[in-house]
Unconditional design. Structure first.
Length: 296
């Protein structure tokens, strides 16, 4: 029975880096979580511990810091592309790289109506994300967002589902629909205005969430992905992961009170988890694995 080394990658996970642009008194900051992973001719390090092709993860971390100093970070996609291309060109035997970046959402603190020059607040948990894959001389970009929490106080129903001996859920034609949107979209090329594309896709998906009269969170998922694809020819597909943040009607009858869809208990777990891909029929499947090996 033969045994061999299967797919592998290695790198530095979660390099937390904050940069301050001090070129004017009106500072701007970037707050990122960067993970790199390299692939290539790495059989020897696994089979015999020969580190000849193994660019240390410590060097990968240092490269993130040095690159941040040498040139403005810019859009996370551009920073990830620069890093990935560098790793593939700097070390013999490294032929591929995967750079993941999450960007935290800082905003200026308003003071007397305008944003302060050097004071910021982190508005919420929302993150902008990118996953860049370098495969030889090809580059692929999958960007997205994580943990964008949204809620509709009406315009959501759920009924008509199969019932068996374990069903207790009551059908409803008016419920709260809430979720934390995690979305990833795959670009067809790297010739993209990343910031503009991100803002528009985000706004488009939010608008679809708001305006879809939802008969199921699954339907909202599809409408959100479809709206993004219709408006953005630069996208091949959109993947969404939507936890159903259940809001249960509180029984106020013990107190002789009616509850006309006004008082809810917000449960944090368990939650439904609705996930899916919305794609264009006329494009090929992703030419690379989308995520780190640990995901999916
Ligand atoms: O939008 C929903 N989709 C489901 O699949 C589901 N299942 C459930 O219990 N509630 C809901 N809501």
């Amino acid at each position: 029975m033969g045994i061999s080394m299967g797919p592998n990658q290695y790198g530095k996970a979660e390099v937390r880096i904050v940069t301050v642009d001090r070129s004017t008194p009106r500072h701007s900051i970037k707050d990122l979580n960067v993970s790199s992973a390299l692939r290539g001719d790495l059989d020897a390090v696994h089979l015999t511990g020969d580190n000849g092709n193994c660019l240390p993860t410590d060097t990968q971390k240092n490269t993130v810091y040095a690159f941040a100093k040498q040139e403005p970070i810019g859009e996370i996609e551009d920073f990830a592309l620069r890093l990935g291309k560098h790793f593939v060109s700097t070390a013999d035997g490294i032929t591929g790289a995967r750079i993941l970046i999450d960007e935290y959402n800082w905003q200026r603190i308003p003071v007397e109506g305008t944003g302060h020059d050097h004071s910021f607040s982190r508005a919420n948990d929302e993150k902008r994300t990118t996953a860049v894959t370098i495969d030889g001389d090809r580059a692929h970009v999958v960007s997205g967002m994580k943990d964008l929490v949204v809620l509709k106080s009406t315009g959501s129903e759920f009924w008509g589902y199969p019932k068996d001996q374990y069903t207790t859920l009551a059908e409803t034609n008016d419920r709260i629909l809430a979720t934390a949107v995690t979305a990833r979209w795959r670009y067809l090329s790297t010739d993209v205005d990343w910031g503009k594309s991100f803002e528009s896709i985000r706004a488009t998906m939010l608008e679809a969430f708001a305006t879809t009269h939802s008969l199921a969170l699954q339907q909202s998922l599809y409408e959100m992905g479809k709206a993004a694809l219709e408006k953005h020819p630069e996208l091949a597909e959109v993947r969404l992961s939507l936890p159903n943040k259940h809001h249960f009607l509180v029984d106020l009858s013990p107190f002789g009170l009616e509850n006309d869809n006004e008082v809810f208990f917000a449960a944090d777990r368990p939650y439904g988890l609705i996930e899916g891909t919305v794609r264009r029929d006329d494009v090929e499947d992703a030419p690379m694995a989308w995520y780190s090996l640990a995901e999916f």
